[in-house]
Design a protein. Structure first.
Lengths: 186, 381
């Protein structure tokens, strides 16, 4: 029955082991394939997948899984992969996602435009949120404060902060659904 | 020679201070490699090994899990006390059921409500798309995860798995609103589900893992495709029903005080919360009430339980509010009570294809007065 639950319910479930198993089943292949295709070897891909699940699980009280965990996981795996590429390149090792390819990646006007549009649209949409919601969102996303810190600072309960954040992200995502890359920035 | 420029760029990216151009450049580079969808060699083995490794690491360092949980409920042994001031029997069968034509064309007279003539089921896909079943054409509706959804008729849809049954399934929800006929759903494993009015079911586009799990509200009848290796689990709130392959009915409307699971064939295990369970046999019913645990009813009138699927209202010593709740869903009307509610119980059988006024007329013979105005029934006393 757990496999019907949302990511959020799984993270908060008290049947920890089975909830974790369901989350793992849901996402492991997505992460593994991302890492495997870019790093080109099994053990690195496994390490990264493992590392991400461990981080998610240990921080399950404070990360935002709405509407799903996918954006969080995709951002996390991207960061982990790039970190690995960086470390390997420092040792002189080249992987599938090659650093010389990075140097040859040019950006076009169109790329910049798309990015600007997204950033512009995002800050415009943030400005339309209610004041308190905006404040909580900015403290969390721009000042990188944890839920507990925000709660103390604004004299709110942690649950209120979590709920507010999840509503804010949901609203922004809905409004920015035209921008395919938006989920990475929220 | 080390690619210095690249290294500097990545360092900046990783420490969170890239310029917009740098950010775009790294993102573009990252996305320049696409994941291949080809089979990974011994993927199931990787999956299991990696799982064990990950969970082991987590469980070694996390808090010990408490071994006992609060369990305060216990079986209620006392039989339900039935207060029955008077029992009235009414039976109304149409010996010659009306032809569909006369049903469609006979407009309900003023102050009457017609029974549902079609199914207005709503299908919600994982990406948020909504398909209204009767306005969609027959044939393939959409592809979800690894399955194709096909509309077989106005009240029947089926999920057919594609060859490659791996990958993340999409979760879909099928709803049958008030005032709609029941709908039949065929799941990707071949199991059949009939969904009664005012009900919903959430299920994966295809089943992965060791169990087949769905979530429901309202009332549904299941014919589960047999698969001893993968139990089928129906979840409703803190109650779950576990089966291997069998036929059973679940009545779990939110506005009723208890949920009833009735078994027609095979065997099922009904669980409530963590550690309360009951195994039932064909012909038996498990009654799950939030306050009183799981109760076994050893002999059940199957005609009563299955009446909805066979096109009948079958009221077996039901109170007026219990009957009215069924009428509210089927005719999509609102019931209001004027004065004290009758405490009488009613017994009777009526074809569901009757106009509301016909049903009401029978109950008036038992001494209750009704007034229908628009989509409202006033129960006068």
């Amino acid at each position: 029955m757990l496999s019907c639950l949302s990511d959020k319910d799984l993270l908060l479930s008290d049947k920890e082991e089975s909830a974790f198993r369901v989350l793992y089943n849901r996402y492991w292949e997505l992460l593994y394939r991302k890492a495997y295709s870019r790093l080109g070897n099994r053990s690195d891909a496994e390490d990264i997948t493992q590392e991400i699940f461990i981080t998610v699980w240990r921080n399950r009280q404070s990360i935002n899984p709405e509407p799903t965990l996918a954006p969080y996981l995709l951002t996390a795996v991207k960061y982990a992969i790039i970190k690995k590429v960086y470390r390997e390149a420092k040792k002189g090792v080249t992987v599938a996602l090659s650093i010389s390819e990075l140097e040859h990646t040019g950006i076009t006007e169109e790329d910049i435009l798309h990015y600007r549009e997204l950033q512009g649209a995002l800050s415009k949409e943030i400005a339309t949120l209610p004041d308190r919601m905006q404040q909580i969102y900015r403290l969390n996303r721009m000042d990188h404060l944890q839920v507990a810190e925000i709660a103390t600072r604004l004299n709110l309960s942690e649950q209120t902060v979590r709920n507010t954040l999840s509503i804010a992200v949901k609203r922004l995502r809905e409004k920015l659904s035209d921008f395919s890359a938006a989920s990475f920035f929220l | 020679m080390k690619p210095k420029k690249g290294l500097n760029l990545l360092k900046k990216y990783l420490t969170g201070k890239p310029s917009p151009e740098e950010q775009i450049q790294v993102d573009k580079w990252y996305d320049s490699i696409e994941e291949k969808s080809e089979e990974i060699e011994s993927i199931d083995q990787i999956k299991e090994e990696l799982y064990l490794r990950t969970w082991n690491q987590l469980s070694q360092t996390s808090q010990p899990i408490s071994l006992y949980k609060k369990t305060l409920f216990r079986y209620s042994i006392a039989a339900a006390l039935i207060i029955c001031l008077g029992t009235f029997w009414f039976l109304f069968q149409q010996k010659n059921p009306p032809s569909t034509q006369s049903l469609v064309h006979a407009a309900a007279p003023k102050n009457d409500v017609a029974p549902p003539t079609d199914s207005r089921a709503i299908l919600e896909l994982a990406d948020g798309r909504i398909i209204i079943l009767d306005s969609a054409g027959s044939g393939s509706l959409a592809t979800q995860g690894q399955a194709v959804i096909t509309k077989l008729s106005d009240d029947k849809i089926a999920y057919t798995p594609l060859e490659n049954e791996t990958g993340i399934p999409s979760f879909n929800t099928l709803r049958v609103p008030k005032g709609s006929k029941p709908v039949q759903l065929q799941l990707a494993d071949g199991s059949l589900v009939w969904l009664n009015v005012g009900s919903s079911i959430t299920y994966p586009s295809h089943f992965v893992g060791n169990t087949r799990e769905v979530k429901m509200t309202g009332e549904a009848y299941f014919e589960i495709a047999s698969n001893a290796a993968r139990p089928f689990i129906v979840q409703k709130g803190e109650m779950s029903i576990r089966v291997l392959g069998t036929h059973f009915n679940v009545n779990a409307y939110e506005d009723e005080t208890s949920s009833k699971i009735t078994l027609l064939e095979g065997s099922v295990e009904v669980n409530r919360a963590a550690n309360e369970k009951l195994l039932i046999k064909p012909g038996q019913q498990a009654v799950v009430a939030s306050s009183a645990g799981i109760k076994l009813v050893k002999s059940v009138d199957m005609d009563e339980v299955m009446a909805w699927k066979n096109g009948w209202f079958y009221f077996n010593r039901l109170s007026l509010p219990e009957i009215m709740r069924q009428l509210e869903k089927w005719y999509d009307v609102e019931v209001t009570y004027e004065g004290a509610k009758s405490t009488k119980n009613f017994t009777g059988m009526v074809d569901r294809n009757n106009q509301l006024s016909e049903v009401v007329k029978l109950m008036e013979m038992a001494g209750i007065k009704f007034r229908i105005s628009g989509k409202k029934i006033h129960v006068m006393q």
